[in-house]
Design a binder for this molecule. Structure first.
Ligand code: SAH
Length: 288
């Protein structure tokens, strides 16, 4: 029996965890399906010396099997009660290289977890769905120190992130994510795999930040505006969108041709490199 089993705070905490009421405001849906947990952990394909970071470990459903595969791991948990229980369950004695950061994952400076010896971060998380997009955008700002990210989100969002150009779900999130990362849909996770079950089906996907982006926008903020503004009118033609927009310049037939883009096309038929070409070109024209 482990040393921890006999100390009073440990028992008190285990009881608290056992009784832990899932907190809605923290997006708490805990995984309990061991077969799904195994599939998620396997999909990450860990190496022992990986610099592994888990966001939102909760009661440790993914943490313990992940920790079995690496020498060192850092977890970031906002709920202090859960972080304390985890500290007791995964003892510092048996796991000296297990670090718990009690913090909001949206405020963490991920660069501090990187070092040349530890290597780039491999981030894993069953994310709180209500704040998934801001967390993803926060992480993208550290793309240069991240090797890859494996996340669980609602299936519908994962489909949008990983959508191919021309498909029904292809949109703003697909273009922005695929500008920075390669994206892979990995597995579908039914509601019943969680406690309490969420309202929607979930899915696990991988984001691998490009070390060399295939296409580069001259001004990434402008690129993001062009993508947002065009998809705000996804049923219109590009010609009409640029003509009507107060932020984008009106483009002539020749302008579109210079970007190798059909002015009659609709946003969902444009690849990431088409959007980059449009943004780089439009940036050179005054909006008047
Ligand atoms: N990984 C666990 C728990 C998933 S629930 C499992 O699969 O069972 C989501 C977890 O994220 C909860 O533990 C919740 O407390 C935590 N969380 C919510 N918002 C967070 C934030 N902003 N930063 C870090 N953790 C957060």
């Amino acid at each position: 029996m482990s040393k921890n089993s006999f100390d009073a705070p440990s028992i008190a905490n285990s009881l608290r965890t056992a009784k832990h009421q899932p907190r809605k405001r923290f997006g708490q849906n805990f995984l309990h399906d061991t077969s799904i947990i195994r599939q998620i952990v396997d999909s990450v394909r860990l190496e022992r010396d990986d610099n592994l970071v888990e966001i939102g470990p909760g009661m440790g459903a993914l943490t313990e099997p992940l920790l079995a595969e690496v020498d060192a791991m850092t977890v970031i948990e906002l709920d202090r009660d859960l972080a304390d229980s985890l500290r007791i369950r995964i003892g510092a004695n048996s796991h000296p290289n297990f670090t718990i950061i009690k913090a909001n994952a949206m405020e963490v400076d991920y660069r501090e977890l990187y070092s040349e010896t530890r290597g780039k971060l491999r981030v894993v998380g069953n994310l709180p769905y209500n704040i998934s997009t801001p967390i993803l955008f926060h992480l993208l700002s550290f793309a240069d120190v991240i090797q890859d990210m494996h996340f669980m989100l609602q299936k519908e969002v994962v489909e949008r992130i990983t959508a191919d150009v021309g498909s029904k779900t292809y949109g703003r999130l697909s273009v922005i994510m695929q500008y920075y990362c390669a994206t892979d849909y990995l597995l579908t996770v039914p509601r019943g795999a969680f406690n309490p079950p969420p309202k929607v089906t979930s899915a696990v996907f991988r984001l691998t930040p490009h070390t060399d982006k295939p296409v580069v926008a001259d001004d990434e903020a402008h690129f993001a505006i062009v993508v947002r503004e065009t998809f705000n009118h996804r049923r219109k033609t590009l010609r009409a969108i640029f003509k009507k927009s107060a932020i984008l310049p009106t483009l002539s037939e020749e302008d579109f041709l210079a970007c190798h883009i059909d002015p009659q096309a609709r946003p969902e038929t444009l690849s990431v490199s088409d959007f980059v070409a449009l943004s780089n070109y439009a940036k050179t024209i005054d909006v008047s």
